[in-house]
Design a protein around this ligand. Structure first.
Ligand code: BAL
Ligand code: ZN
Length: 866
């Protein structure tokens, strides 16, 4: 395979203006006819060969301006069709191909899922349908005619508006769709099958009525209420927050059970993995409800950030993904708790992106090269990309960010552009100094921001000495300092925010007073150099600094803030994120110190002040309960391993488990109270207050069950038996399943018996068992491969069982190598069925350098040696 480099980008020689597609869908094969009007690129080479991508498609005919192209006029290879001497432009290109969607297990291009036809074209799936210039900077207007057997495929959908439909001979029928907007082929979609719809309507800000339809098999329609609610909320939010109105009269969502990704933003015909559409209180947890809200929002928001303005090439993926993730994060924050959402997003970043950025797969938000684009749909491009977008907003303010967005749309509507264009719009709309901010796109690695603080009681000044350092990463041994927004506040002795009136930033003294002459409580400092000093003046008492408020930059913060000050922040910080972060910082330090105690064979002790801090948080009735649930949850094992020079999964697991049990026994009564006072009402409600109660109850129950005492286990069993919604049922099951034994086996079987007909619920059942830390769990997971609940061809099943297993530090990284061997075997099998799913699974190996030599050897042998 060839490595493709960003620096080698060249415009295509030809553009396509209009594309007429005709699909004759069949059981044996499907015939695709395309009729393309080809024009030259103004700067392209005249009569240059026209190169079309095509994989696993059979060429049936090729015509130029109505005439068959003779042998010798074209050449065909496994991946390309080259028209050697195209005529002068404009010309008509007609291609007929034959494909076999029913045998397509890659789930790219056109394929079948439970009997229905559907497509997935991003990034390079369209080339599995027909020969085409499969690159995002070729944007054309599409019309799509679909014909199929009417009884098998009564519903025929594609992008845009339905222009015409009717019956044909031999029980067939057709539908003609026209998309008035230019689009790259990765946004093409087609669905044909037996589907029912939930119909609704949205009136846009300018008074246009838009028909909304969510399509699923008929029996699942009752489970689409929340998805429809989410869609309407997203449409309204994008109008209110970004002034973006929907641009067609119809918006379709189709849910399919077999889907590689979560969902896809095809123009006006979003296709979703069913798990991100279908929800009922009995079958979906609060986390599922929240994910549906976020992803329905995400795909809808792509209509402007991705579809109307798209990427010039795939190196720019973060242009649309980072931006759209940022937008969906903001949407979810506005719909629920901002602090809780921020905490969840930062946890995700730390668990997945920081390790990626420190390992062999480290790459910049805008990669410099790729071999297979499918492998670059990463947490770095998505989540770190979203952090980069968030930093613009932090630096420019919400108002300034909106100005930048408006200019971006004004300049680039219906264009395929780059991250530099986005940067330029933000800079120009605000006449802002964003020097060395662009490096966030090109430099990989998580910056380490070290801050030393000191207070001068006589001068009433508070000083910060900042140092930024970006560690060497794969292919990038040295780095330049970047512009890092550092949001900071200072707390007085009563826990109040001190007014910040002026700051010296190394160059000049800047006033921070507002128009009324009052100081601010949070200021965003610009850390631009490798070493930089800031001095706050008029600070009348020794403050406790609250650094990097709201996680204002995706960095690893190292500071000299003492434990007692962290406990003070945990109790008082007005920035809720930092309040949580203070507890996490102490938790991380504590567990890592226990890890080294374990490694040295020493006895383990718990820090009582930490436990008391957690007790105060747990019992603080003025706090949001979902926030409390997050604040009393310890840092994850993977986050802790990421902080170690050489990760020791066994010691991390033992130390963390020790702390869990110590907290559980110290706060036993408080946890019992939390469980007993936060049970759900009979009727499930998806609102913040009820979700918060369930979250707190479930975390508390998890702690109690860790004690494995008859009373706490009986409590968990009662909660399981009386649960009226999945959130509480699965949490009680997880609580019980922590402890090996008969009860565990019994309740797991009972759960399966109850839900065996619901594939999405049995995924949870698979994942729960796969993730288990029970010693030697690889055997159970291997046995589950043969269970009727598992299906190797369904990505969700693989993600639950195989992906779930890789999330268990102790079992996946087991010293006997059985975990690595299991994954190695699975990847080999999966690669033959679905290479995208296989490559997602193989990424679990990418952290191998983090481990001891024994594990490194095992991983290398299994991963690379085969
Ligand atoms: N574009 C692929 C799916 C998503 O990120 O929306
Ligand atoms: Zn996206």
């Amino acid at each position: 395979p060839k490595e493709i480099f960003l620096k080698d980008y060249e415009k295509p020689d030809y553009y396509f203006e209009t594309v007429h597609l005709n699909f004759a869908l069949g059981e044996e094969h499907t015939i695709v006819h395309s009729n393309i009007s080809v024009v030259s690129h103004p700067e392209g080479g005249a009569n240059a060969p026209l190169k079309l991508d095509g994989v696993d498609v059979k060429l049936r005919s090729l015509k130029v301006n109505g005439e068959d192209v003779k042998d010798g006029g074209y050449s065909l290879s496994a991946k390309q069709l080259i028209l050697h001497r195209p005529p002068s432009t404009p010309f008509k290109l007609e291609i007929t191909t034959e494909i076999e969607p029913q045998n397509n297990t890659t789930l790219e291009g056109l394929y079948k899922s439970t009997g229905n036809f559907c497509t997935q074209c991003e990034a390079e799936g369209f080339r599995r349908i027909t020969f085409y210039q499969d690159r995002p900077d070729v944007m054309a207007k599409f019309t799509t005619r679909i014909e199929a057997d009417k009884s098998l495929y009564p519903v025929l959908l594609s992008n845009g508006n339905l222009i015409e439909q009717g019956d044909l001979s031999e029980g067939r029928h057709y539908a003609l769709w026209e998309d008035p907007f230019k689009k790259p082929c990765y946004l093409f979609a087609l669905v044909a099958g037996q589907l029912a719809s939930r119909d609704d309507e949205f009136t846009t800000c300018s008074g246009r009525k838009v028909s909304l339809r969510i399509w699923t098999p008929a029996q699942d329609i009752p489970k689409t209420v929340h998805a429809m609610y989410s869609l309407k909320a997203a449409m309204k939010w994008d109008e209110e927050v970004f002034g973006r109105e929907y641009d067609l009269d119809l918006f379709n969502i189709v849910a399919v059970p077999d889907f590689n990704m979560g969902a896809m933003e095809n123009k006006s015909l979003n296709i979703f993995n069913s798990r991100l559409v279908l929800a009922s209180p009995e079958t979906a947890s609060d986390a599922d409800y929240a994910a549906i809200l976020g992803v329905i929002g995400h795909e809808y928001f792509h209509n402007w950030t991705g579809n109307r303005v798209t990427c010039r090439d795939w190196f720019q993926l973060s242009l649309k993904e980072g931006l759209t993730v940022f937008r969906d994060q903001e949407f979810s924050s506005d719909m629920g708790s901002r602090a809780v959402k921020r905490i969840a997003d930062v946890v995700r970043l730390r668990i997945s992106q920081f390790p990626q950025d420190a390992g062999p797969m480290s790459h910049p938000v805008r990669p410099h090269s790729y071999i297979k684009m499918d492998n670059f749909y990463t947490v770095t491009v998505y989540e770190k990309g979203a952090e980069v977008v968030r930093m613009y907003q932090t630096l420019l303010s919400k108002k300034g960010f909106r100005k930048g967005m408006d200019l971006y749309f004004e300049r680039h509507d219906s264009q395929a552009v780059t991250c530099d264009d986005f940067y330029a719009a933000m800079r120009d709309a605000n006449t802002a100094n964003l020097a060395n901010f662009g490096l966030w796109y090109s430099q990989s690695g998580t910056p380490i921001l070290t801050i030393y603080t000191s207070y001068d009681a006589s001068a009433h000044t508070f000083q910060l000495k900042c140092r930024q350092e970006i560690p060497p990463t794969a292919g990038q041994p040295t780095k330049e300092p970047m512009l890092i927004p550092l949001a900071i506040g200072l707390l007085g002795s009563k826990g109040q925010d001190l007014p910040l009136t002026s700051v010296y930033d190394g160059a000049s003294l800047k006033s921070l007073k507002d128009d009324c002459g009052n100081g601010v409580t949070t200021v965003v400092l610009r850390v631009e150099k490798a070493e930089q000093e800031f001095i706050f003046t008029d600070i009348l008492e020794r403050p406790v600094p609250s650094l990097l408020r709201g996680f204002s930059a995706p960095v690893r913060l190292v500071s000299d803030v003492a434990d007692e000050d962290l406990l003070f922040l945990l109790a008082h910080d007005s920035d809720e994120f930092n309040r949580w972060e203070a507890g996490q910082t102490i938790g991380r330090k504590l567990i890592l110190s226990l890890v080294s105690a374990l490694q040295q064979g020493k006895e383990l002790f718990i820090n009582k002040d930490f436990v008391n801090g957690l007790r105060s948080t747990l019992c603080n009735s003025s706090l949001d309960k979902e926030f409390i649930a997050k604040a009393i949850t310890l840092p994850a094992e993977s986050e802790l391993m990421d902080l170690m020079e050489v990760a020791d999964p066994d010691a991390v697991h033992t130390a963390r488990r020790f702390v869990v049990k110590q907290i559980a026994s110290s706060l036993r009564q408080e946890f019992l109270d939390a469980v007993n006072t936060n049970r759900s009402n009979e009727v499930y409600e998806f609102n913040h207050e009820s979700m918060a109660r369930r979250a707190l109850k479930n975390v508390s129950l998890g702690y109690l069950a860790s004690l494995n005492e008859p009373e706490t286990i009986q409590l968990a069993l009662n909660e399981y038996n009386t649960a009226t919604n999945m959130t509480e049922q699965i949490a009680a099951l997880a609580a019980i399943a922590q402890n090996p034994g008969e009860l565990r086996t019994e309740v797991l079987s009972k759960f399966y018996e109850q839900w065996q007909k619901d594939s999405l619920v049995t995924n949870k059942w698979l994942a729960l068992q796969a993730l288990s830390d029970i010693p030697g769990n690889v055997k159970n997971v291997e046995a589950l491969l043969d269970h009727p609940a598992f299906d190797m061809k369904n990505p969700n099943k693989v993600y639950s069982l195989v992906g779930g297993f890789c999330g268990s530090a102790v079992n996946f990284h087991a010293k006997d190598g059985l975990g690595y061997r299991f994954l190695g075997d699975m990847v080999l099998k999966l690669d033959k069925i679905n290479p995208q799913v296989a490559s997602r699974m193989v990424s679990a190996f990418s952290k191998w350098k983090k481990f001891d030599l024994h594990r490194q050897e095992l991983a290398k042998w299994i991963h690379m040696g085969r």
